[in-house]
Design a binder for this molecule. Structure first.
Ligand code: C2E
Ligand code: MG
Ligand code: MG
Length: 456
């Protein structure tokens, strides 16, 4: 009896193993171990709690010229190379993404993240990861990817697969090694973004960025507190591109450090030039992206610029937006402290909009806060905003910080801010940002008139 039951148990186990093997073969690709086409279909069709809001992005990835590789290197080496490519793709997957092999040279990646910028970033990462040749035995094998991307809310599986395929085929036929959106709107955006970032890089190398300067006026006396330097990009093709558009682009494409370094140096150079013309300009504020603080080069870049133009640290204030100051680690705080040790001021820009609370004022060596212009704009209509402005200026006083109100456009706003004892005013009421060559004239002819406005 014991023998028989042992035999039956072994048989059952063997059957279970074969069943699992067959199931695996049905659902998984034997070469790569990735889910296959059946699994992909199951994955896309499975019921979801938020089905009507689920808008997956499909990347149809083809390995270009794979059959040429088989011809010239043989099957075994080609497959070996393919496995290395798959490995590189897997290393670039983000959490929650689904990768399947649907055909000998085709893979489908499904992603939940439908932010256009991150789709582009991932497509570019995948393309770049495979663009470097793979080493198999003694051979260097060059492979590339053609990636078609489809993303349209509410579309069913076959539509997404066929449009992604269409886009992939377009790239493959035009030489491969690239990516393409099917959706026309996305396609247009992606192309525009690529052209913009290329133009921005050219503008930086060709030195075509400019700073304009907006005065900041002491509310009590009408005297000059300083200038804020604001960046301008006038492109021969794209025209005047606002910083709200190109600064985030520069942050994404890795140019923000170059830009910040240029802005800081240029502001120092300009200040030195004005000093030499005997214009007494107490401070210049420069905007730096918080991303720049991730670079350990920043303190040296700042000290070199100050030194090169013989500018005292106290004459420069660095503005960082409140929302960007969320990320704080010891290295970043250390860098900020090094700037403070050189005398450079630290201003929190757009204060009140970034939800950082007041803790930043304690943990960072802040010297100034800038009230966001949206509060100034609403201050005359809404009492609770007036109360907020008053509270911010009080906070400034109790922490011994300078307070600048931005975006002051009319006399009523100015009078209110004076009443609330906000010490520094910046905005169109006094002046729009001016090109550097207009500052001497403004300084001599216009600035003295502001003293007359202060007594009212
Ligand atoms: P921000 O630093 O808060 O600069 C103030 C913005 O308000 C500027 O816009 C300025 O032109 C505008 N402004 C000033 N007064 C008034 C006013 O009375 N009314 C209105 N409606 N607007 C006023 P801009 O120059 O377009 O800059 C936008 C943002 O781009 C800046 O906001 C800053 O965050 C960023 N930015 C500008 N230059 C640089 C730079 O060199 N580096 C970095 N990282 N960011 C920069
Ligand atoms: Mg600013
Ligand atoms: Mg601001």
């Amino acid at each position: 009896m014991a023998d028989i039951s042992q035999h039956l148990a072994a048989l059952a186990l063997e059957q279970e193993n074969s069943r699992q093997r067959i199931e695996h073969l049905i659902m998984f690709d034997p070469l790569t171990g990735l889910p296959n086409r059946n699994s992909l279909h199951d994955y896309l069709d499975q019921p979801r709690a938020n089905a009507e809001h689920w808008a997956p992005v499909l990347f149809l990835i083809n390995v270009d010229h794979f059959y040429d590789v088989i011809d010239s290197h043989g099957y075994a080496e080609a497959e070996h190379a393919l496995l290395k490519v798959v490995n590189r793709i897997c290393n670039r997957l983000r959490p929650g993404q689904f990768l399947s092999r649907t055909d000998s040279t085709k893979f489908v990646l499904v992603s939940d993240d439908n932010n256009v910028d991150s789709i582009i970033q991932q497509a570019e990462e995948l393309r770049a990861a495979v663009a470097l040749p793979v080493q198999v035995n003694d051979a260097e094998i060059a492979l590339s990817l053609s990636i078609g991307i489809s993303h349209e809310a509410g579309k069913h599986r076959d539509y997404l697969l066929s449009t992604a395929h269409y886009a992939m085929d377009y790239i493959r036929k035009t030489g491969g090694n690239g990516w393409q959106f099917f959706n026309q709107e996305m396609n247009r955006k992606a192309t525009e973004r690529q052209q913009m970032s290329a133009a921005l890089k050219r503008a930086i190398t060709d030195n075509r960025l400019r700073l304009v300067y907006q005065p900041q006026i002491l509310a009590d006396s009408g005297a000059l507190y300083g200038f804020e330097a604001l960046l301008r990009w006038n492109d021969p093709v794209h025209g005047e591109v606002p910083p709200s558009r190109f600064i985030p682009l520069a942050e994404e494409v890795g140019e923000i450090e170059n830009i910040g370094q240029w802005v800081f140096r240029e502001a120092c150079r300009q200040l030195a030039e004005w000093n030499s013309m005997s214009l007494a300009i107490p401070t210049i504020s420069v905007n730096l992206s918080a991303l720049h603080f991730r670079s350990n080069q920043l303190p040296d870049q700042v000290s070199h610029a100050l030194e090169a133009f013989a500018i005292k640290g106290e004459q420069i204030i660095v503005e960082i937006t409140e929302s960007m100051m969320m990320e704080q680690n010891e290295e970043i705080i250390g860098r900020i402290q090094r700037l403070r040790d050189m005398g450079v001021g630290l201003s929190i820009d757009d204060f009140g909009t970034g939800f950082s609370g007041l803790s930043k004022l304690v943990t960072l060596p802040v010297t100034e806060i800038k009230i966001d212009r949206s509060f100034v704009a609403q201050s005359l209509k809404e009492e609770r905003i007036r109360f907020l402005l008053e509270s911010i200026t009080r906070i400034g006083q109790s922490f011994n910080l300078n307070v600048v109100a931005e975006g002051v456009e009319n006399k009523e706003q100015l009078q209110l801010l004076r009443k609330l004892r906000c010490p520094v005013i910046q905005g169109y009421f006094y002046s729009k940002p001016l090109p550097a060559d207009q500052i001497p004239e403004w300084y001599r002819a216009v600035l003295p008139g502001y003293a007359d406005l202060s007594g009212e």
